[in-house]
Design a protein around this ligand. Structure first.
Ligand SMILES: *Cc1c(COP(=O)(O)O)cnc(C)c1O
Length: 384
């Protein structure tokens, strides 16, 4: 059986013989008898009772994601941030401690540095490129090790298996944000990670038209999360958005295949360009973690960052403004190629501006023709 076969499985509990899953927007579901109703309520995780718990359209996506991640079970959320916050909060309490990779996704960083401390949970951020840094930061009250490999903006890898093994040997949980690699290229659960999370908003949906989040893990972990943060915080996805994401998943392998050939060509072009200082891309032969990248990511993906040689803000902005195929925008994972300049942080409330140099630009390579993208960069770089 091919790894992606599950994308074509129906997984729907209905049998309407439809080629795509039915969209069931209903908030609630009817029962013929009190007994039936009581039974459904007792099995709310499995059967539709109220859509904040189980919805048939959302269930299809849930099963596909569990299957893709080789997890026993999964839950779908309204956004990646809802998924991450809910999964982490379900597993820590007052007095607990987390060790996280440094510079995770901005709102994950905010969860660890601002929200959780209000509830007595502290986090130590470490350079995740060496597993010893995780080991040294573990305290008697540490509960979980958090990975995002590669992390946002600087795209540094953690040795996933080594950190997962460390967690196991110390009786801790390991959590990983797998949005960058997707289960097409990395399956953290097969490397020993306990809980995998996604911003489905990005590659999984793939069209930039629906936010969503995923948590995949063991049945017992997912059942626990369902009864706690999933139902109480209620960050659930709408059935329509779940349907869009399910549709997007069908082309995930094709889209990942396309960027796996186009992105390295663009990176090569930028690495030899005289206006460019550094390109942060783990799948570049010149990257210090290239060997690790090859062992834990099947193929290259489409995100990297560039540090320009110039530190002159007018030139940095002129370069960005001159891009035409690459659009200036946040997010990534859709059709369009995007550029996100760090210089926009100068007025942001959510980033520590000292962590990322102002002459860094994050790029996302979409599905356009690779030569068009290289020409766009080449022309715009004359302004840098
Ligand atoms: C975008 C993103 C998130 C947050 O996901 P949302 O769907 O925007 O809430 C989390 N992690 C990573 C790596 C992301 O890129």
């Amino acid at each position: 059986m091919h790894d992606f076969d599950c994308l074509m499985d129906d997984f729907s509990d209905f049998n309407f013989n439809t080629s795509t899953p039915p969209i069931v927007p209903s908030n609630g579901f009817y029962f013929q008898t009190v007994e039936e109703m009581r039974d459904a309520m007792a099995r709310e995780r499995e059967v539709p009772f109220y859509t904040r718990g189980t919805n048939p359209t959302v269930k299809v996506l849930e099963k596909k994601m569990a299957s893709l991640e080789k997890a026993e079970s999964a839950l779908i959320f309204a956004s990646g941030s809802a998924a991450i916050a809910s999964a982490v909060m379900a597993n820590v309490g007052k007095g607990d401690h987390i060790v996280s990779v440094q510079k995770p996704y901005s709102w994950t960083g905010k969860l660890f540095s601002q929200l959780l401390p209000r509830f007595g949970v502290d986090t130590t951020f470490v350079d995740g490129t060496a597993v010893e840094n995780y080991a040294q930061a573990i305290q008697p009250n540490t509960k979980l090790l958090y990975l995002e490999s590669p992390n946002s903006w600087t795209f540094e890898l953690q040795d996933i298996k080594a950190v997962a093994d460390l967690a196991k040997s110390r009786g801790l949980l390991s959590f990983m944000d797998n949005s960058y690699a997707t289960p097409i290229n990395t399956k953290p659960i097969t490397m020993g990670v306990d809980v995998v999370m996604h911003s489905a908003t990005k590659y999984l949906g793939g069209h930039g038209d629906a936010l969503g989040g995923v948590v995949a893990s063991s049945k017992s972990m997912i059942d626990k999360l369902f009864k706690s943060e999933y139902m109480t915080l209620g960050g659930v996805i709408s059935p329509f958005n779940a349907w869009l994401l399910t549709r997007g998943l069908r082309t995930l392998p094709l889209r990942m295949e396309k960027v796996s050939t186009s992105t390295p060509m663009i990176v090569k072009f930028l690495e030899q360009h005289p206006k460019v200082d550094t390109v942060n891309y783990p799948y570049s032969e010149s990257h210090p973690q290239f060997d690790l990248a090859k062992t834990q990511m099947k193929k290259p993906a489409g995100q990297f960052s560039v540090v320009l040689k110039t530190k002159d803000s007018a030139r940095i902005e002129a370069f960005c403004n001159a891009l035409t195929t690459f659009k200036l925008a946040a997010s990534w994972g859709g059709y369009e190629s995007l550029a996100f300049p760090a210089i926009t942080f100068s007025t942001s409330l959510n980033y520590q501006t000292n962590e990322i140099p102002m002459n860094m630009i994050r790029f996302y390579v979409g599905l356009e023709d690779v030569n068009t993208l290289i020409k766009d960069l080449d022309r715009a770089l004359s302004y840098a």
